[in-house]
Design a protein around this ligand. Structure first.
Ligand code: SF4
Length: 86
């Protein structure tokens, strides 16, 4: 299930590993708090080219353009030209 928390939202500007700023209010927030204005951030885990490796937790395969590469499910994909939303 998708967690609608700041860490996973486009509405979040990270400051450090645990805290950041809510873009819509300008207030400091915790990365794991629920974001009331949640908007899904593109990540490899949401991409059609991504397959999760069930044996190695936290790893997966990107099969963009017929080649396979290591990928992390939580990797931000904002600038990836191959991103294809599931
Ligand atoms: S195409 Fe880009 S966003 Fe999709 S799995 Fe590969 S690296 Fe991630």
């Amino acid at each position: 299930m998708e967690e609608k928390i700041y860490r996973n939202s486009l509405n979040f500007v990270p400051v450090d590993v645990a805290k950041g700023i809510d873009r819509s209010t300008g207030k400091r927030v915790n990365a794991d708090d629920i974001d009331p204005n949640y908007e899904r951030m593109p990540k490899c885990m949401h991409c059609k080219n991504f397959t999760l490796n069930e044996e190695k937790i936290g790893l997966g395969i990107c099969s963009m353009m017929g080649k396979e590469h290591l990928a992390y499910p939580d990797m931000a994909a904002i600038t990836c030209e191959g991103y294809d939303e599931k």
